[in-house]
Write a protein that binds this ligand. Structure first.
Ligand code: ZN
Length: 111
């Protein structure tokens, strides 16, 4: 494992890409969250969970959840292209565990 260097930051362009991923990820997560609630609340009215059949409801849930998984799996460290994957939840982690780069652009310390 390479030594993390404290002066190792992303370029502004890499940082912009990462922020875009975060916005996309967060936006979809919020959408999926509300869609999930709507689906669960109205599932009986929509006839999705009539009786013991969870089939259509299960498919809908899988359709809502799978893009979250895809988004998570698509996130790679901009510096070493190591897949960050499940290190990220809603946001990218602070640092790549593989190459040690800080997953943000260098900024002046704000007082
Ligand atoms: Zn990395």
């Amino acid at each position: 494992m390479p030594n993390p260097s404290p002066s190792h930051y992303l370029t502004p362009e890499q940082d912009r890409r990462l922020r875009r991923w975060e916005n996309c990820n967060r936006g979809y997560f919020i959408f999926a969250f509300f869609a999930l609630i709507v689906v669960l609340v109205f599932s009986s009215q929509l006839g999705l969970s009539s009786g013991d059949s969870w089939g259509p409801l299960g498919v809908l849930l899988a359709l809502l959840v799978s893009p979250i998984i895809v988004l998570q799996l698509r996130l790679a460290c901009p510096a070493c292209h190591h897949k960050i994957g499940w290190q990220a939840k809603l946001m990218a982690p602070d640092q790549c565990s593989h190459c040690g780069v800080f997953l943000r652009a260098r900024e002046k310390p704000s007082a």
